[in-house]
Design a protein around this ligand. Sequence first.
Ligand code: CP
Length: 303
Amino acid sequence: MHETRHLIDIEGLDDAALRRLLDRAQALAGGADPELIPELAIANLFLEPSTRTRVSFELAARRIGATLVTIDSGSSSIVKGESLGDTAATLRAMGIRAIVLRHPETGAAARLVPDLQPGVSLVNAGDGRGQHPTQALLDAATLESAGLEWATARIVFLGDIRHSRVAHSDIALFHRLGAAEIRIAGPEALLPDPDEDLPVVRCMDRDSAVSGVDVIVCLRLQRERIDEAGIPEPVDFHRQWGLAPEHLALASGRVRVLHPGPMNRGVEIAPEVADGPNSLILAQVHMGVHLRTALFEWLADAG
Ligand code: CP
């Protein structure tokens, strides 16, 4: 009986799998050849908009010679009332062996797992404000590739942490990898509830948050998940919480700037920072293809 692997959240990955994915993504980024897995048939089921995640999964599937179909919310029978479980069973019956799911509801991927037919893997490609594990893995691989040492790394998340699935997965992963200190900073209403009990230090202002850090992760206002009345004015948000060149001067000399995208220039990040020498934003996008290639290899290797 073969094991069917899923990736729903960082907690669900054991240490060996986690290290394998990070190392393999970096090896692929360094020029290693991907495995060819033509027997793997993959469905990208994207029920919420995406550029980076959707396209990088598509490119990763092509790199391993897999068959890939992409289904979006407008073109799926989910709009006619079909359940996610029935959609997954339908895809499985047509030979699909891996479903990559982007869903607007928090917990959607985890809820689908018990309904899956045997032999089909599920990858959570972002669920509401829940988790985005492949983004966290590609962020960690990007930082390792840039020479970050976890044991001494001071990392800050700046912006809308509360509604960010990237922050949730990044914090879980960076803590597990041994980051020395993880800070969060942003408007009080956009910070997680204290009872979430995250392994983070809460900072009350931007300057103290970025002071001495090695990594700054900028996060956009996730308007699609905030009540209209709670969305700060972009100009005010930029003035109080946006990352501009003068803030980099407070950080460590080799500070790296990450942003999972999509970016809102002039809101959470100034263009000079996004395009500047400390930015790893396009390196993250590049690593995304390699990390997702490594993930497909890992899914297919179960057994
Ligand atoms: N980082 C990320 O998930 O971006 P997309 O929404 O464009 O996939």
